[in-house]
Write a protein that binds this ligand. Structure first.
Ligand code: F6P
Length: 522
């Protein structure tokens, strides 16, 4: 398919001119004063998520230009190519079909679109695997002898299920503890193992490739610990979640749940990698999680660009990164259970769009992924919000708030929501003060995402929204958002360094690495 990079479109130059004319000096407070309909124009409902974009440095004319930019880059055709199962992950020659994992079993055949022929053949095996995995999850839930579930995986094989299990703790089966071990640092695994007994533990070895060094090291140590402490029945106490079922079998695991190379690691929580979540919230809950995401898929696939929330968010990201020059986005989930949501989004955005060449390999003359970071509110307020309000850099903030809490504790929730609203308000309004130190410039942009409650359905929709907004900015930038070559070099070098650590051989090493290695061996 024909993709045109953003900087090669007429709209790019027009956006530059618009930024110079009005964008740079744009003041959100003035925009509200001038337009009583601003909140309505810049807020919208998408499935399970309400979004207020009105506190951003954007006006209707700029958004129109951004939409034109999207059209000129071929965003719709690129999106449709993904949903048609074309190999849009060009550097790995793969389809990009994590969305198919959330597709109900019948909907594809109901659709006349010939474009879906490529993928219709995959759907039955998606559902066969899903049904088997969910039956297993329900059996584990019902098995009172299993009290501890340990997920061993890293990156997408850790962050997605970990984020979601924590987020949906209110829906979790009582009597089971969930542990996530990702780091090759033995302190992490040892601390978990210290709390466990082999006969009541289920280890899930989660690795798309089943070759990742950290995961394999942890998996071997877990198996050694299990056997050394009297564990015998590997088939009952170990399961593997992987596309490489043969390697899992060779490792000695017979209980395996597969998925496919068209599911990227950071997009894999919807696959067998979601098993910890399925055990926690049950098959029904997991199906709701998928259904919420599917609702967002349909919105992304079919809503007009101007009322398409992933498109609007992704284009705002481009506006901020490439015209305002903002280097990061802070995410502020005002819900303690969304503790790992910022870490999850870091991988999603920065591994997908942290690229310096376009899909053809040509160097890019503009910036791509921002740094994504954050902590749950209100904790962040008492740590780094000082910088957000008065620092020299402008950092757009993306709030997430949940209308209805799951606890019954008095006034906590009103306090929480009031703080979220007040922070967004303070960032925008600022406060004049002659003295300097107490002056708040204001005009600091934020987006506010609002969920009715935090449930499997709404979490699924929120995560799919984020996946698609990353698709949008990556598409406009002309990059391949679905590979991750940048993580390879360090892996290769570590293999060499680990041998040198043992042997002490520093021949050919740079002086710094050689010096550090010598100190470590001394
Ligand atoms: O470090 C890169 C990466 O390939 C991620 O993209 C991936 O999520 C992670 O490693 C884990 O990979 P695997 O699931 O194959 O163990």
């Amino acid at each position: 398919m024909n993709r045109i990079r953003c900087d090669q479109t007429p709209a790019w130059g027009q956006l530059r001119a618009a930024f110079d004319a009005t964008g740079r000096a744009f003041d959100v407070r003035g925009a509200f004063a001038a337009d009583p309909g601003r909140f309505e124009a810049f807020s919208q409902s998408a499935p399970h998520v309400f979004a207020d974009l009105s506190k951003n440095r954007i006006d209707a004319a700029t958004e129109q230009l951004l939409l034109t930019l999207a059209q000129q880059t071929g965003l719709q055709a690129h999106r449709d190519a993904m949903f048609a199962g074309e190999k849009i992950n060009t550097t790995e020659g793969r389809q990009v079909m994590h969305w198919l994992l959330r597709n109900p079993p019948v909907a594809l055949t109901e659709k006349p679109a010939s474009a879906l022929q490529n993928v219709a053949s995959e759907l039955p095996q998606v559902h066969t695997t899903l049904d088997a995995m969910l039956a297993y999850a329900d059996a584990v839930r019902a098995d009172d002898a299993i009290t501890d579930v340990v997920n061993i995986g890293i990156g997408g094989s850790d962050l997605g299920p970990q984020m979601a299990v924590l987020a949906l703790d209110a829906f979790a089966v009582p009597g089971k503890r969930f542990h996530f071990v990702s780091n090759v640092d033995g302190h992490e695994l040892a601390a978990v193992l210290n709390k466990l007994r082999p006969q009541s533990t289920l280890f899930l070895i989660a690795s798309k490739t089943f070759t990742t060094l950290e995961t394999m090291t942890n998996a071997h140590s877990a198996k050694d610990w299990f056997e050394a402490n009297g564990g015998r029945d590997i088939a009952r106490h170990f399961a593997a979640l992987t596309t490489n079922v043969a390697a899992a079998k060779a490792f000695g695991i017979s209980t395996t749940f597969g998925f496919w190379d068209w599911v990227g690691g950071r997009y894999s929580v919807w696959s067998a990698i979601g098993l910890p979540l399925a055990i926690a919230i049950g098959s029904q809950g997991f199906r709701q999680f998928l259904a919420g995401a599917h609702d967002m898929d349909e919105h992304f696939r079919s809503a007009p660009l101007a009322r398409n929330l992933p498109v609007r968010l992704g284009l705002l990201d481009v506006w901020y990164r490439n015209f305002h020059g903002f280097t990061s986005r802070s995410v502020a989930p005002y819900h303690a259970a969304l503790k790992r949501y910022p870490a999850y989004l870091q991988q999603l955005e920065m591994e997908s769009n942290g690229k310096r060449v376009d899909a053809t390999g040509a160097a890019l003359p503009f910036s791509t992924a921002p740094v994504v970071w954050g902590e749950p509110g209100t904790n962040g307020q008492h740590a780094y919000f000082q910088m957000l309000h008065q620092g020299t850099d402008v950092v757009p903030v993306e709030f997430v708030a949940v209308k209805t809490p799951r606890h019954q504790l008095g006034e906590h929730h009103d306090q929480l929501l009031a703080n979220a609203l007040a922070q967004a308000q303070a960032l925008m309004l600022g406060k004049a003060d002659q003295g300097g130190h107490k002056h708040f410039t204001g005009n600091r942009p934020s987006t506010f995402l609002l969920l009715d409650d935090l449930s499997p359905t709404t979490l699924g929709a929120l995560i799919a929204l984020q996946e698609h907004r990353v698709f949008v900015s990556g598409s406009v930038w002309g990059i391949n958002s679905f590979d991750q070559w940048g993580v390879e070099l360090g892996k290769v070098l570590a293999k060499d360094v680990v041998q040198r650590l043992a042997s002490g051989d520093v021949t050919g090493l740079d002086a710094s690495t050689a010096g550090l290695l010598a100190r470590l061996r001394a």
